[in-house]
Design a protein around this ligand. Structure first.
Ligand code: 6PG
Length: 245
């Protein structure tokens, strides 16, 4: 079952997300000596990343990946890598540069995806041809997209052995991106999806309803998914039972 946690506000949601991500990384490090973490971009997760940097005291053994990236340079204000660099990379004690795997968005969608896929094959555990990451941190768009997988897009149909694909028509600017495929998101031991603000409430509601290509988040593997929201993004509560006559 998907776990849904509703927190009072965005700060509490960030605290909760950082705590769960750190706990899962620690567990992976204990069990396998390595922990594979992939980050998303956007405006939501930055605070959670700042808190996560401190929550996990020792980052040695963590392999840091990205769920998606815009096709911009690493220091571009649109870059997801830049977001991670500004919030987490600089303060994650013991995180080795060689274990930070940036998507090279500046190479463009195809070449960037191709090179990232090679890195994943080289450094991530593979099961049934798919990279199995321990934790993938996701946001969700108002349209229900996750990473750079958008509603109704043919990218939703890309299967193994592809791990990473180029996007040319993102409705969310910039149009050119690199993204992990849906099967890789579904293969993850856990996806932690963070959504805050009233603008995400409908998308969260739709994500928890019937799986649909119109809502990519609804296609995530429900039993491997933690959804952490603030009150404003909380899905409509079920209608309260009618008062007894
Ligand atoms: C990206 C993100 C994307 C993001 C959602 C939510 O590169 O844009 O990876 O999937 O998580 O669009 O973005 P906000 O957090 O800004 O609402």
């Amino acid at each position: 079952m998907t776990s849904l946690t509703t927190c009072a506000d965005a700060e509490a949601a960030a605290v909760r997300a950082a705590s769960e991500i750190a706990r899962r990384l620690q567990s992976a490090l204990r069990e396998r000596g390595v922990a594979h973490l992939a980050l998303s971009g956007g405006t939501t997760p930055g605070r959670a990343y700042e808190l996560l940097a401190q929550e996990l005291e020792d980052w040695r053994g963590v392999e840091l990946w990205f769920a998606d990236e815009r096709c911009v340079g690493a220091d571009d204000e649109e870059s997801n890598y830049r977001l991670a660099h500004e919030t987490l990379l600089g303060s994650a004690s013991g995180l080795e540069d060689a274990r930070v795997h940036r998507m090279e968005g500046e190479l463009g969608p195809e070449l960037g995806a191709e090179r990232y896929e090679s890195s994943l094959r080289e450094r991530a555990p593979l099961e049934d041809e798919l990279a199995v990451l321990d934790v993938i941190v996701l946001g969700i768009g108002p349209d229900g997209h996750v990473a750079s997988l958008f509603p109704g897009s043919p990218t939703l149909d890309v299967q193994a052995p592809a791990l990473c694909i180029g996007v040319h028509d993102s409705p969310k600017p910039p149009p050119e991106r690199i993204t992990l495929t849906l099967p890789v998101l579904r293969a993850a031991r856990r996806c932690v999806l963070l959504a805050t603000g009233a603008g995400k409430a409908d998308a969260v509601d739709a994500m928890l309803a019937e799986p649909s290509r119109h809502v990519p988040a609804s296609l995530l593997r429900r039993g491997h998914l933690s959804v952490i929201v603030d009150d404003a993004a909380s899905p409509e509560p079920p209608n309260p039972p009618a008062p007894a006559d």
